[in-house]
Design a protein around this ligand. Sequence first.
Ligand code: 4NP
Length: 144
Amino acid sequence: MKILFVCLGNICRSPLAEGILRKLSPELEIDSAGTSNFHIGSQPDYRMIETAKQYDIDISGLAARQFTKKDFDYFDRIIVMDAANYRNVIRLAKDDNDKCKVKFALEENKDVPDPYFGGKEGFEKVYQLLFNACQQILNSIEKR
Ligand code: 4NP
């Protein structure tokens, strides 16, 4: 099972989700990407590195990359953080099989709020949301 997390910049939400799920399930293949090219090659945002570190997760070695349509061929599930990510990913799908791989991280297709322009508490909130989401993802995989 290969899982790709997607957000806008690939420096806050999706690298954290990658780090959390990798810790919960070291045997899964997990990656993350951004729909934008804003931060290609960058390390995760230092505020997210710090938040992750508080939960004993090290994401400091990750580097941002941009989502591409080839990701549909490689990954089994593509998990987006918000509705804008969803639109930008779906736009690159070649068929319904590709589209079916795309899911929201949160139930009811709610957005994981973008913490980039806010304060520290936004990063903590994202951790809580994504920790729960990753547990749900694992449950759904184990039930298959
Ligand atoms: P992310 O957060 O999508 O969770 O990585 C953002 C990072 C950077 C920007 C926006 C959101 N930005 O506008 O540069």
